[in-house]
Design a protein around this ligand. Structure first.
Ligand SMILES: CC(C)(COP(=O)(O)OP(=O)(O)OC[C@H]1O[C@@H](n2cnc3c(N)ncnc32)[C@H](O)[C@@H]1OP(=O)(O)O)[C@@H](O)C(=O)NCCC(=O)NCCSC(=O)CC(=O)O
Length: 285
């Protein structure tokens, strides 16, 4: 059984995209490079792939965040802090763009149809280009811990919210579980999140350059749209799971679902507190 519309749309776009001259160049760089093509996630063998590493990195992040937020800050000059933040933001916005592009090109190069994109067959192993980009995505979530250090060093402790620390620690666990279980929603979730992060790190970059963009609310709106989109992707996965012969990573789907609900709740709360009329009146006083 098929969800109408999406499979046809996917085939049309794929036919159009693969004919472009630029596509084969991008495919050579982002899909057919031997390191990418032959990538395989081997639990305990691939760097950063063991349960022990995951536990250690997440507990270290939470402990360091707690300890550093209690200590008196080292006096880092504001221009130095802004320069470090600018480099960090440029790095993450560029990496997010490359990951989204790499994953998109891998989809058009490797995935035969829409059904397979939404629902990897049971027993799929986490190897090949799509999982290479999922692996880089997982590592990038560790690099994003630097956001927390920047907040602590800048001394704006009210920004060190539960939402921030919860998001940064849980998202690493989610990426790990998705990789380890070869979860079907990986490519679409990766692309949506990377696109949002290109916008978000551009926003942060402009902030570090002293321009506080007026479109901050749009970034939060964009993040909320991302969570609703994730629900749509997850609903399609469940649909294919129960109407066909099953999808890879359906159990880890439950973790994703719960995480997504919690983020939607926390970001809606952030949105209400930051942009509602009452919040503006309060800030204005
Ligand atoms: C618009 C948002 C993206 C960010 O909201 P904020 O309240 O944090 O934004 P803000 O306007 O106070 O941020 C501006 C300040 O951040 C500093 N800054 C610059 N680069 C930064 C970085 N990489 N990380 C953290 N802070 C940084 C700037 O110098 C500036 O400081 P100064 O003002 O001193 O000049 C919002 O939608 C949001 O996500 N809020 C939740 C809080 C959060 O931590 N979000 C990021 C991860 S969540 C995420 O990533 C979800 C997802 O996956 O989509």
């Amino acid at each position: 059984m098929e969800v109408p519309f999406f499979p046809t749309l996917f085939s049309c776009i794929k036919d159009l995209v693969v004919q472009q001259a630029l596509f084969s160049t991008l495919e050579d760089w982002l899909v057919k490079h031997p390191k990418i093509l032959q990538f395989s996630w081997e639990n305990g063998q691939t760097p950063a792939s063991s349960h022990r590493f995951l536990t250690l990195i997440v507990l270290s992040y939470i402990s360091f965040t707690f300890v550093l937020s209690q200590l008196s800050r080292p006096s880092l000059s504001r221009p130095l802090l802004k320069s470090i933040a600018a480099v960090h933001n440029i790095f993450l916005l560029t990496l997010s763009f490359i990951m989204a592009l790499g994953c998109l090109v891998s989809i058009f190069s490797q995935v035969p149809n829409f059904n397979t994109l939404v629902c990897f067959p049971r027993g799929t192993s986490p190897s090949g280009p799509l999982f290479f980009w999922a692996y880089i995505f997982y590592l990038s979530k560790i690099v994003e811990f630097m956001d927390t250090l920047l907040i602590i060093l800048s001394g704006s402790m009210k920004r060190l919210s539960f939402l921030h620390v919860y998001h940064h620690s849980m998202v690493v666990i989610m990426c790990y579980i998705c990789l380890d279980s070869a979860q079907s929603s990986v490519p679409m979730v990766l692309i949506t999140n990377c696109v949002v992060h290109v916008v978000m790190y551009t926003y942060y970059l402009l902030c570090t350059l002293g321009m506080h963009p007026k479109w901050k609310k749009m970034v939060t709106d964009f993040q909320l749209v991302q969570f609703w989109l994730s629900f749509l992707i997850m609903a399609m996965l469940v649909f294919y799971h129960f109407t066909a012969s099953g999808c890879s990573g359906i159990l880890s789907w439950c973790f994703n679902g719960a995480f997504n609900v919690s983020l939607l709740y926390l970001f809606s709360d952030f949105h209400a507190k930051s942009y509602s009329t009452n919040a503006k009146v309060f800030k204005g006083n």
